[in-house]
Design a protein around this ligand. Structure first.
Ligand SMILES: [Zn+2]
Length: 509
């Protein structure tokens, strides 16, 4: 009687008892015991437990077919070497039976009786079950790794997994991508940018998804909610979290602040009064009596509309002052303020530096955009070729071309936006520094309320207390000081005021 031996071994198994030599030895012993002559040995190597992609298995079946009648049995070490799938097993067994070839297991009892068939089926089923349990085992392994703070799923953008001795590898920040991610997360935590703003900023810096796709608003949302960046691993399914073993990209406080911003919560409990150009000192000038920040409103009476600064809130004393008077007093107060010359030069240098860096960044961003556009152009021409030779259907191609066109257009727009604000920093910085030499005029000339308020805070970081008339000495910012001849200036503050407030027209620019 003739037999062939079929062995299958995965590279991992080479080291243990399933080694090729071991399988072959046991099969040969079995053959000898059962009175078979081994005419050929077939061996498949590979990780896959699936029947496909096994060249020697197919060669063996072919061999049995060609040697019709000359081969009596196929001997395998174990049934699961043969097939891990019941259906496959039955089909193969049936195919072999057609050539009158029996399938024998060197380590399992198989026979052609009904009991033997049952046994065969049970064994095959076990092999299949084992194959399926494997994926369950993978999940278990993940759970264990999760509990020990290892991340076993796909790592978030900004990290990469490096292979090392610890099989599953180590997760480290990607030196190129991580800084961009940090930039985005930190910018958002300031609470002044929308998710769309962040999307734009990061796209401009060349950030793409792991698969190289364009970022979406949804992606940004997920990124902002990803606690992994703050050093935690979170299982959403199991609602568990643990401190990770990876290096955090951001502090927990930034993560938490981002969650607040996402939830639409503002930070101060007191909402700032709405800024209006008519009332730039709103929330900035304080009531002389109760020292509460004043707001402003318009009241009707005496045949006209009059604007007043007045205190508000629970323990207000109820004083109010004509807006025009307060503004005049403030302008007068500012005329006693001068910038510190040496610091002005420092300011100029800082402006140049900051804008220089920004321009440099813009240059780098521009370069990245150009690269992206170039890539898209290549993709486009490849796609056109694929449509031309019919590999890609016209409809699919059309849609993809449209996507590429849109993305290119957006990138071009971003690029145009950036080049538009290129200007001579040196000149601008110098001009700005010079104009600070007359703060009163500078303040009056500012026509954007946010700028006006910023400028006020630059001089008086803690606001000013109204004295009616004039202003009390307030803490000054680093750039400014009161003119040394203050005593002389003070006399200017005592002015006569008319009984009727001036009309509004003379007030607001
Ligand atoms: Zn008051």
């Amino acid at each position: 009687m003739n037999a062939v031996i079929y062995c299958r071994v995965s590279t991992k198994e080479q080291v243990d008892n399933f080694s090729l030599e071991n399988q072959q030895k046991i099969c040969r012993e079995y053959a000898a015991r059962s009175g078979f002559v081994v005419v050929e040995v077939f061996v498949d190597e590979g990780e896959s437990a699936k029947t496909t992609d096994r060249p020697d298995f197919l060669r063996m079946v072919n061999f049995c077919c060609k040697q019709k009648g000359k081969i009596d049995a196929v001997i395998v070490y174990k049934l699961d070497r043969f097939s891990r799938n019941v259906g496959d097993y039955q089909a193969i067994r049936a195919a072999l039976a057609r050539y009158h070839v029996r399938l024998l297991s060197a380590t399992e009892q198989l026979d052609e009786t009904p009991a033997g068939h049952l046994m065969e089926n049970v064994l095959s089923a076990t092999a299949q079950f084992d194959n399926e349990v494997k994926s369950e085992r993978v999940k278990q392994g993940m759970k264990a790794m999760f509990d020990s703070g290892y991340w076993s799923w796909v790592v978030p953008l900004g990290y990469k997994r490096i292979r090392n001795n610890a099989k599953r590898g180590t997760i480290i920040p990607d030196p190129e991508i991580a800084p961009i991610v940090v930039f985005g997360l930190t910018e958002f935590s300031k609470g002044i940018y929308s998710q769309t703003d962040i999307l734009k900023k990061l796209t401009r810096k060349g950030l793409r998804t792991i698969k190289g796709r364009k970022l979406t608003k949804q992606f940004i949302g997920r990124m902002l909610r990803e606690k992994f960046y703050a050093g935690y691993v979170v299982s959403k399914k199991r609602h568990e979290e643990a401190k990770g073993t990876h290096q955090p990209l951001i502090g927990l406080e930034i993560f938490l602040r981002n969650q607040q911003v996402l939830a639409g919560k503002t930070f101060g409990t007191n909402p700032r009064p709405k800024l209006r150009l008519e009332y730039p000192l709103r929330g900035f000038a304080q009531c002389p009596n109760c020292k509460k920040p004043m707001t402003a409103s318009r009241s009707r009476g005496h045949g006209g509309c009059y604007d007043y600064y007045h205190d508000y809130g629970q323990h207000r004393c109820g004083k109010s002052f004509k807006v025009s008077d307060v503004h005049q007093d403030f302008a007068d107060y500012l005329s006693q303020v001068v910038p510190i010359e040496a610091r002005l030069r420092l300011l100029e240098a800082v402006i140049k530096d900051v804008y220089g860096t920004k321009q440099q960044e813009a240059g780098q961003d521009q370069k990245r955009i150009n690269e992206q556009v170039a890539k898209l152009t290549v993709r486009k021409s490849k796609l056109i070729d694929l449509i031309a030779d019919g590999t890609v259907s016209k409809d699919d191609g059309k849609q993809k071309l449209e996507e590429i066109r849109k993305e290119t257009e957006e990138l071009m727009l971003l690029g145009a936006e950036m080049t538009a604000d290129g200007f001579d920093v040196g000149t601008a910085a110098h001009r700005f520094a010079q104009s600070l030499k007359n703060p009163s005029q500078f303040w009056k000339n500012l026509k954007v309320v946010e700028q006006k308020v910023k400028f006020q805070s630059l001089i008086f970081p803690k606001g000013v207390v109204y004295q009616n008339p004039g202003f009390g000495t307030s803490q000054m910012g680093l750039l400014f000081q009161l003119t040394p001849d203050l005593g002389v200036e003070k006399s200017r503050l005592v002015r006569t005021r008319g009984l009727e407030p001036p009309p509004l027209a003379g007030l607001a620019p």
